[in-house]
Ligand binder design. Structure first.
Ligand code: LLP
Length: 433
């Protein structure tokens, strides 16, 4: 376990809190997040980079968990945010983040998105020359100058799930190396546009540091070419951060220090030889959030079929990752931990399944767990990144609550939805009255 997760008297704890007590008090399913863990994850990432370079800025990837309480923690730590929608922009500003450290990313923005960015003085990471043309027109109308970066497509294969490898030559993101200089030239020539940055993101849940060093090489070579045509670079943004060891016992555990040792020398040598001193930006989401959070889910029933199924009250409506990416999350029976349940005679191989009407609604396959009965509590670990944020109301299920713990304190950071929340956006059709 990471340090904020522990076992006491047969129960699983997060920080100082018994998960069983929290589940009783707030109901299940329930996401529970530890504030101190977020702060510690942030500090380790920031300190490792800062050890190499004084102009480092973290932009938290708001998509990992966009709860305002989470955004406020990052704001208090001095982070900005990678934002991918008007909603994320709104939340980042509401949390008090500095607009100077927000970057409006995305490959498919509306003209309203671009106008909003200009109005709020947020820099835009452009994904196409078409988008550049549109932003230039909007900036001219508004009589302001838009500061921009381009997203570079580094044409890199990376060791992760294909759906979240975002810098492949064939992926939808960014502008290829062969066209990037002409894109920056177009930005230099465009009215009311000032190119000030380079942006890239190679993919998520990467457990090796070498691909990030390779990415830095690509960005340095672009930086050199565009400096030659007169671009004055204020930042180089390398995109998302390290992955995390979802398999606690077998995954490699790359540290922020190893990341920094691999990436920062490439960056520093590069900028020194070009003769520039841009800020170094990084946009971690998963590393900062994933292990801060557990999803607590109650066992509704147990069934011995061709295998043993444990039917719980959370499914891919609340945690999409296993169904969507075949992701692995550790699960713990939160009311049956410790030596009393350790011996194999008291354990069984079980498959934990949700309440959704699809065969693929499986949170965990074939796990050896203490024999479970209805009413037991299961904790799904490492669910702080892309957990709640990817939830849905499929099968007309209200989304669950989110709780934050901080030392001895605990509180709701999002209430549970009800059927009223589901129904209230629906309208009576005039011909059905
Ligand atoms: N920056 C950009 C432009 C991104 O698209 C992403 C993630 C990040 C930063 C943050 O990457 P991280 O540090 O979290 O690896 N839903 C998937 C992950 C999708 C990530 C998409 N982009 C999952 O549950 O694994």
């Amino acid at each position: 376990y990471p340090p904020h997760i522990s076992e006491k008297d047969g129960h699983l704890y997060i920080g100082e809190h018994d998960t069983n007590v929290l589940a009783e008090k707030y109901g299940t399913p329930l996401y529970v997040t530890d504030e101190q863990r977020i702060r510690d994850n942030y500090q380790s990432y920031y300190d490792a980079l800062k050890g190499y370079y004084d102009k480092v800025q973290v932009l938290y990837a708001a998509k990992a968990n966009g709860n305002l309480a989470v955004m406020k923690i990052f704001a208090s730590l001095g982070a900005g945010a990678d934002i991918f929608s008007a909603g994320e922009l709104h939340l980042a500003l509401a949390a008090g983040m500095n607009p100077d450290y927000l970057l409006y990313n995305g490959s498919s923005k509306t003209t309203e998105d671009l106008s909003l960015a200009l109005e709020k003085k947020i820099r835009v990471s452009l994904d196409s020359v078409d988008e550049l043309r549109q932003l230039s027109a909007i900036a001219q109308d508004a009589g302001v100058t838009a500061e921009v970066s381009f997203r570079v497509n580094p044409a890199m294969e990376v060791p992760t799930h294909p759906k979240i490898a975002t810098g492949l030559a064939t992926s939808k993101f960014g502008i290829h190396a062969g066209e990037i200089v002409s894109a920056y030239q177009a930005a230099m020539d465009a009215e009311n546009i000032l190119p000030v940055g380079i942006h890239c993101h190679i993919g998520s849940q990467i457990l090796e540091v070498a691909p990030f060093a390779k990415e830095a090489e690509v960005l340095i070579s672009v930086a050199s070419e565009i400096t030659d045509i007169g671009v004055k670079l204020r930042f180089m943004d390398v995109g998302g951060g390290l992955g995390i060891p979802y398999h606690h016992d077998t995954d490699p555990v790359p540290t922020p220090a190893e990341y920094a040792d691999a990436v920062m020398p490439v960056f520093l040598d590069g900028i020194n030889s070009i003769g520039i001193k841009p800020e170094f930006w990084v946009e971690p989401g998963r590393f900062l959030m994933a292990d801060s959070t557990v999803l607590l889910t109650r066992v509704n029933s147990v069934k011995q079929s061709h295998k043993k199924f444990v039917n719980v009250d959370a499914g891919f409506n609340l945690l999409a990752r296993p169904a969507m990416y075949d992701s692995y999350h550790e699960v713990v029976v939160a009311n049956k931990t410790g030596p009393d349940y350790a011996d194999d005679a008291k354990r069984d191989v079980m498959t934990v399944t949700g309440p959704i009407c699809e065969t693929g609604d499986i949170l965990a396959h074939d796990r050896l767990l203490p024999a479970v009965e209805s009413g037991d509590l299961i904790a799904v670990l490492d669910t702080g990144a892309y957990g709640f944020s990817m939830s849905s109301q499929y099968n007309s299920r209200p989304r669950c609550a989110e709780v934050m713990v901080n030392g001895s304190q605990e509180g709701l950071m999002r209430r549970r939805e009800s059927i009223i929340d589901i129904k209230q956006t629906m309208k009576d059709l005039p011909w059905q009255k």
